[in-house]
Design a protein. Structure first.
Length: 221
């Protein structure tokens, strides 16, 4: 009987998701609310204090949502060996179905984690950009700081757009496999446009390796 388990791809995906939800998101949420605490006592130092506060609060809430989603996603990370250890009396097909069900739940909650995490980063960068604008004249050094923050915000938005454009596409490939959208993907005409794909690949590159003749041969086992 051929085993059919749901393997994560890339293999380190669950660990990366756990780090985002349990380490990075809480840290960034604290940073967002810390900025809110700095702005409230002295709004006169900002040109648009209410806008900056709104963006930063929304950012903190988004990061908290990603922490919650990460907690839920982590509950569904399970390996075949763990299922075999916990339920040795289960038939093989039942074990595989149980592991695939856990994987489906993990990807659902991890997708929510990804969306809330990315939204939190974008909102945080927007909030920092507006918080840097003073009520009066803008000196050249402050202008540089605003430009850097605005550039980082634009880069994050472009990165998010690239992730959307390449959704479902591989990030690594063997030999010269074509870099095309998967069949049945939504907005395939837009996702197939070469200039857009080339721009998206600047943010999400496609890594390739060339297989040797020995690597292409089937496993004798």
């Amino acid at each position: 009987m051929t085993e059919r388990w749901e393997a994560p791809f890339p293999f380190g995906y669950p660990a990366a998701a756990e780090n985002a939800g349990s380490v990075a998101a809480p840290l960034l949420a604290g940073f967002s609310f810390a900025l809110v605490g700095l702005i409230i006592p002295s709004p006169e130092h900002l040109r648009w204090p209410n806008l900056a506060l709104s963006l930063l609060v929304a950012s903190g809430v988004s990061f908290i949502a990603s922490v919650q989603c990460g907690f839920w996603a982590r509950q569904f990370v399970v390996t075949p060996d763990e299922i075999k250890l916990w339920h040795p009396d289960y038939p093989q097909g039942r074990m595989q179905a149980l592991q695939r069900l856990h994987a489906a739940c993990f990807y659902r909650w991890n997708g929510r984690l990804n969306r809330s995490y990315r939204a939190g980063i974008a909102l945080l960068l927007f909030g920092v950009t507006f918080a840097l604008v003073p009520p009066g004249d803008i000196g050249w050094l402050r202008g540089v700081a605003i430009a850097v923050a605005a550039g980082a915000t634009l880069a994050e938005l472009m990165w998010m757009a690239a992730i959307w454009l390449l959704a479902g596409n591989p990030t690594m490939a063997y030999d010269d496999q074509p870099d095309v959208p998967r069949p049945g993907v939504r907005a395939r005409a837009v996702r197939s446009w070469p200039p857009l794909r080339a721009a998206a690949r600047l943010f999400v590159p496609l890594e390739r390796i060339q297989l040797t003749a020995e690597e292409r041969s089937p496993d004798p086992r």
